[in-house]
Design a binder for this molecule. Structure first.
Ligand SMILES: Cc1ncc(COP(=O)(O)O)c(C=O)c1O
Length: 399
């Protein structure tokens, strides 16, 4: 997405009003992405959910909810955000590989619609939790299909060395243990990884899973998330996905848990250049926000393209890194950019930051989390989360 002049003006106005760093979202893009999802699955019985881990802002969840999505949650915090957004409990799906007894009790009390069980070991926990509950969700089993998602190792989840799911060779044991614990398994769930840009790993995993489901009379399949977006020129080909994957799913009631695909492109992380420094060896643009609020470049080597709003030195092009203000060498937002240096005060707008951006932010170096705003199609600015204050930051501390 190229920022047009009106949007640049609105971004600058939002930064003046709410300060930087700042997260900005464009709801129109979320709605476009949702339409694309519905187009792919329009020929089958399809029940989408959004993976709240990607972005838990309730105002954004409300938009996604209003477009027909349920919510996939892992923790009580994500559950609270989903409920605040207005999600009906029966449209909430529970995931996670380490659910505690307290969490299970709360999920049942709220009346969630479905639970993906991650292991044989988890079954007894649900048996105990169900003893004191009048509510019984649908139970699915998360399968580990041992398929290489060909993505970054930190966001690949479907190999046997990974902690997630029940390996296919233990499936008989799993069903025997489920019967012993009186838990009826009505669906299969897979999630092989995130930021997947090839259709083939999906084909490999889902063709196996659908065959096993047919043999066992399982009617529900949750296909997880993982659709890769265009950070650097590569993305999942949705036409190919529709042609290749959707026919496999025709006989099933299909759910999904897309995160990144829905919100990533709608989000901008905006920082302001504070210092522009040359140490005799290298140029650095030091901004007022860093890996504390957008950790993906530091953690995964991810690339978030950026635009500058404000003055740049157009006399020469140089090579520079954009770095944050933290006491950490790894606090890098963009490595080795070739171009005009911004002057201090210019805004640096990082794109595709709407998934795993704010959601992975922290208070590291005792920094405060930034505000979040939306900018509408009419360039109206609305605050959807206030920036943290020092009072917020110290509220839970005790001497
Ligand atoms: C179980 C599960 N489902 C869904 C998702 C969402 O993945 P994505 O944001 O790549 O769509 C994740 C992300 O890691 C996940 O772990």
């Amino acid at each position: 997405m190229i920022l047009n002049e009106k949007l640049k003006k609105a971004i600058a106005a939002a930064c003046d009003k709410f300060s930087t760093p700042l997260y900005i979202y464009l709801p129109r893009i979320i709605e476009e992405k949702i339409k694309q999802v519905y187009m792919v699955f329009k020929s089958i019985d399809f029940h989408p959910t959004f993976a709240v881990k990607a972005n838990y802002n309730p105002a954004l969840l409300r938009i996604i909810h209003d477009n027909g999505f349920g919510m996939d949650v892992i923790t009580r915090g994500e559950l609270a955000a989903a409920l605040m957004a207005g999600t009906a409990p029966h449209k909430i799906v529970i995931n996670g590989c380490g659910k505690t007894a307290e969490e299970m009790a709360e999920f049942l009390k709220v009346g969630v619609g479905a639970v993906n069980i991650d292991s044989i070991e988890e079954l007894s926990g649900w048996k105990n939790a169900l003893k004191t509950s009048s509510h019984k969700p649908d139970f699915f089993v998360r399968l580990n299909s041992e398929v290489d998602a060909m993505t970054h190792p930190f966001i690949s989840t479907g190999l046997k060395k990974h902690k997630f799911g029940v390996p296919l060779k233990l499936l008989d044991d799993f069903f025997a243990a489920a019967a012993k614990n009186k838990i009826n398994i009505s669906g299969f769930h897979i999630h092989i990884g995130s930021q997947i840009t090839e259709v083939s790993p999906y084909y490999e995993a889902l063709s196996q899973i659908c065959n096993i489901a047919s043999r066992r009379g399982i009617k529900n399949i949750n296909i997880g998330g993982g659709w890769g977006i265009d950070y650097t020129g590569e993305k999942l080909d949705l036409d190919e996905y529709k042609r290749t994957i959707v026919p496999l799913l025709k006989k099933f009631r299909v759910s999904c848990e897309f995160g990144r695909f829905i919100t990533a492109e709608s989000g901008l992380y905006v920082t302001r250049a504070v210092t522009v420094k040359n140490n005799g060896y290298k140029n650095f643009v030091i901004t007022d926000g860093g890996m504390n609020h957008l950790i993906r470049p530091a953690m995964y080597g991810a690339i978030h393209e950026f635009e500058i709003i404000g003055k740049t030195n157009d006399k020469c092009e140089v090579n520079y890194d954009i770095v944050g203000p933290l006491c950490e060498t790894g606090d890098v937002l963009y490595r080795s950019h070739e171009g005009s240096l911004p002057y201090p005060g210019a805004l640096i707008v990082f794109k595709n930051a709407g998934a795993y951006g704010f959601a992975m932010s922290s208070n590291y170096n005792s920094t405060l989390r930034p505000a979040e705003v939306i900018i509408s199609d009419k360039y109206e600015i609305k605050l959807i989360r206030k920036a943290e204050t020092i009072d917020d930051f110290l509220r839970t501390a005790r001497l």
